[in-house]
Design a protein around this ligand. Structure first.
Ligand SMILES: [Fe+2]
Ligand SMILES: [Fe+2]
Length: 255
């Protein structure tokens, strides 16, 4: 029987009750998978991780609060690393609400076998957790149709999902300029169809003057370093160029 590669998970407080839960494994293709816990009156988990990450993420949450208290579970687009654990988190927190963009909830979760409460949000709407206030940004085609991001008004934090990614095993807080390797990584994995929808969103993000960028893969980018990543997104190509996860896609000839 083949043994599964080991997953290592650590949890670190980044700022004011926002914790980064970071998992790494030889099986993850050189990136970390991060979830974010917000310890508040209404505790929130921003993305769940894939189904097999559940035990590790659940255990890490347990170091801070009772996971059955989770009130909000957010997905930023409908994809395995965003919401693969949604049913398992619902099982241990049956009163929790799964939140996402209106499109994620209506189109995708609504067509799935999810049994819990759901709530879809449109651009500009706010979810009050008690101390933290999460403002929803609809960001279609960054990189999915139903994509959104969250802006925590309290800490001026953005939860950008797969934007501001950094490959490799990064520390909880990144201050280095990794803009070049971010764009090279995007070109190799092919997650964006086009640069323009991303650059439009980057304009909006810049206007919010974020102090923290809680990347789903890599570390949280600290405020002073964010403009360097933003500049790379403005100046360098990063859209799909024919490669998917490092493999050049070649159309097969009809046989
Ligand atoms: Fe994604
Ligand atoms: Fe992701």
């Amino acid at each position: 029987m083949m043994s599964r590669p080991q997953i290592t998970t650590q949890i670190d407080e980044i700022v004011d009750g926002i914790y980064r839960i970071s998992s790494r494994s030889a099986a993850f293709g050189g990136i970390t998978f991060n979830q974010f816990l917000i310890d508040d009156e209404r505790p929130a988990l921003i993305h769940t991780g894939m189904y097999p990450l559940y035990e590790a993420v659940h255990q890490a949450i347990g170091e801070v609060l009772d996971p059955s208290r989770l009130d909000v579970v957010a997905l930023l687009h409908f994809e395995a690393d965003e919401c693969g654990g949604m049913d398992r988190f619902l099982e241990q927190a049956p009163d929790s609400t799964l939140v996402g963009s209106a499109l994620s909830i209506d189109l995708n979760v609504g067509g799935w076998a999810y049994q819990g409460k759901t709530q879809g949000y449109r651009d500009g709407e706010v979810l009050d957790l008690g101390h933290h206030r999460l403002r929803f940004l609809e960001t279609p085609h960054v990189h999915h149709w139903d994509s959104m991001m969250l802006f925590d008004e309290t800490t001026r934090s953005i939860f950008p999902a797969d934007l501001y990614i950094q490959p490799g095993d990064q520390p909880p807080i990144v201050t280095e300029d990794l803009g070049d390797s971010m764009c090279a990584f995007y070109r190799a994995v092919g997650i964006f169809a086009h640069e323009q929808p991303v650059r439009d969103v980057v304009e909006r993000i810049e206007a919010l003057e974020p102090a923290w960028m809680h990347a789903m893969h890599g570390g949280t980018v600290a405020g002073d370093a964010i403009p360097r990543f933003t500049r790379a997104l403005r100046e360098q190509p990063f859209a799909y160029q024919g490669a998917l996860l490092g493999r050049q896609v070649v159309a097969a000839e009809p046989s």
